[in-house]
Design a protein. Structure first.
Length: 231
């Protein structure tokens, strides 16, 4: 019995430390107010945690018009969920967050990319460039195509994975590990021309914000549509 108690105590201490560290990070961020997610949402869902880490980098880069989990209508009557959007004078930055591990292979022409894990296990997942293109189309339509030339697509993978062979030549699309996000964002903000006025930035932000913090019915219907497609 004593042999079981000690590992449980160590595990509880580790979890307690992690909760405390995440709480400290949350207290320095607007993430909880924007998303409604608590520390438990981050601990129990690695996708949420990866999204939060990306959000924190954007905050540290000086972004103050950030939206999370934006649910927008599609032409077929379904909804699409956009992980993260930041808006500034350089454009509308749309982020697809992938909190994956392992080796990642893919290009911007193939339908699926591949994740390779230890032991030789391989998982296929839908091309995130295509996925984010769908998000951008939904945003563009929702904004009545008034800002069609202002979009930039960022595919952000966890630092825990290695982008082994990624080929992307599509304009305004970047694929990176999260620890390189700050560098890429600074580069674009320093080199790209201004395409949005401050009133445009505020208008876009306010228009899209109404589609965040949606009720559970919208979320559940979105999840059911995804499951149906998968089946």
């Amino acid at each position: 019995m004593e042999y079981l108690i000690f590992p449980l105590i160590v595990f509880a201490i580790i979890i307690g430390i992690r909760i405390a560290l995440i709480n400290i990070q949350l207290s320095k961020s607007t993430y909880s107010q924007i998303t409604g997610n608590t520390v438990w949402n981050l601990i129990l869902n690695k996708g949420n945690y990866g999204e939060f880490l990306t959000y924190r980098i954007l905050e540290k880069c000086g972004e103050n018009k950030i939206l999370c989990n934006v649910y927008l209508p599609k032409s077929n009557g379904e909804t699409t969920e956009v992980d993260l959007i930041s808006i500034n004078s350089k454009g509308i930055f749309v982020y697809e967050s992938k909190n994956y591990s392992g080796w990642i292979f893919g290009d911007d022409k193939s339908r699926n990319w591949t994740q390779c894990l230890k032991g030789g296990k391989k998982n296929k997942f839908y091309n995130p460039v295509f996925q984010n293109k769908g998000h951008i189309t939904a945003i563009d339509n929702y904004l009545e195509k008034n800002y069609s030339n202002c979009f930039l697509s960022y595919i952000v993978f966890s630092e825990r994975c290695e982008l082994k062979k990624i080929t992307v030549s599509t304009d305004n699309v970047k694929v990176m590990n999260r620890n390189y996000l700050k560098k890429h964002l600074a580069q674009d903000k320093n080199t790209l021309p201004d395409v949005l006025l401050s009133e445009d930035v505020n208008r876009i932000y306010d228009t899209l914000k109404s589609n965040t913090l949606v009720d559970e019915l919208v979320k559940q219907k979105h999840i059911e549509n995804i499951r149906t497609k998968h089946l």
